[in-house]
Design a protein around this ligand. Structure first.
Ligand SMILES: C[S@@+](CC[C@H](N)C(=O)[O-])C[C@H]1O[C@@H](n2cnc3c(N)ncnc32)[C@H](O)[C@@H]1O
Length: 279
């Protein structure tokens, strides 16, 4: 019995390995040179496949970074401490239109940690949808903290409001229903420039530069602006892709790279997030 289980497991691993190798060999040669399958033994001695990538540019001395394969991503997600209320919201949103827009649990955890490290009191979110990332932020804000949540879609805001209430954080969230750029301009006109600690941008991609300019006025020196989707499913690095959204994010990333007003760090988590610290 035990030996047939081992034989079955071996056949399964072999099949998976063959599939991975076949997939690997279907990549163009240039990609194969960069993506190298490797094998390592797990604790129970089964062979597992992973991939590492290295930059084409030789000045980085073939520095290798890990590529997140589906099993590795499952592992990462199993190591996220997702609060129960966020899990419920994520599961309710899964059945809704646009659920793929929600940030991933590992991204939300990073946002919450940045807010805590900063000791942020006053935050802004641009693009709330059903509230997953905003709730992750509100949960870690102090009782006196506030999050201005900008969203144009009333229906998704209804779900967000329900979860702010269930989580007992409604008093920390100020919802701004309407176009985000208008809401940010109104905050500036209201004399709130340089009074915010943290902002998260996850709305209309072609508006990123405008959101960033407005948020830079609202954030204090030392405060943080996090921008989501900066890798745009990898399309930013593919010169064959030139649709309006991709070009817009590519230009935004290029401008940010040259922008002396902020320190930056592009992090390959989720669809890519850039963390900007106002100088
Ligand atoms: C990617 S989703 C946000 C996901 C959210 N951060 C989360 O984790 O669940 C983008 C949201 O931005 C909103 N949005 C897009 N353009 C907007 C605009 N100009 N003003 C306000 N909200 C906008 C959309 O309605 C959508 O709900």
């Amino acid at each position: 019995m035990a030996s047939s289980l081992v034989a079955n497991r071996f056949a399964f691993v072999l099949l998976k390995t063959e599939k991975t190798v076949a997939k690997f060999h279907s990549f163009p040669l240039s990609e194969r040179l960069r993506l190298r399958p490797c094998k390592f033994k797990t604790k129970n001695q089964f062979t597992t496949n992973c991939c590492v990538s290295s930059a084409h540019d030789e000045k980085y001395s073939n520095k290798q970074v890990i590529s997140v394969t589906p099993p590795l991503y499952d592992y990462i997600l199993r190591n996220v401490r997702e609060p129960e209320i966020l899990r419920q919201l994520r599961e309710e949103t899964a059945g809704m239109r646009g659920s793929q827009m929600q940030v991933s649990p590992d991204q939300a955890q990073l946002l919450a940690m940045l807010v805590q490290i900063l000791g942020a009191q006053r935050c802004i979110e641009v693009g709330v949808y059903t509230g997953y990332s905003s709730l992750a932020i509100a949960l870690v804000l102090p009782e006196s903290g506030c999050l201005v949540a900008c969203e144009r879609d009333a229906r998704s805001l209804e779900v967000a409001k329900k979860y702010y209430e269930r989580a007992g954080v409604s008093h920390k969230v100020k919802i701004k229903h309407g176009l985000a750029a208008d809401s940010l301009k109104a905050l500036i006109l209201n004399g709130e420039a340089s009074s915010y600690d943290f902002a998260f941008v996850d709305a209309e991609k072609r508006m990123y530069q405008e959101y960033f300019e407005l948020l830079l006025q609202l954030i204090r020196v030392g405060g943080i602006i996090v921008i989501d989707n900066v890798l745009w499913h990898g399309k930013v690095a593919d010169q064959m892709v030139n649709d309006a959204k991709t070009i817009s994010i590519r230009n935004f990333n290029k401008n940010l790279m040259e922008d002396e007003r902020v320190s930056i760090s592009m992090v390959p988590i989720g669809d890519g997030m850039t963390i900007c610290r106002k100088r």
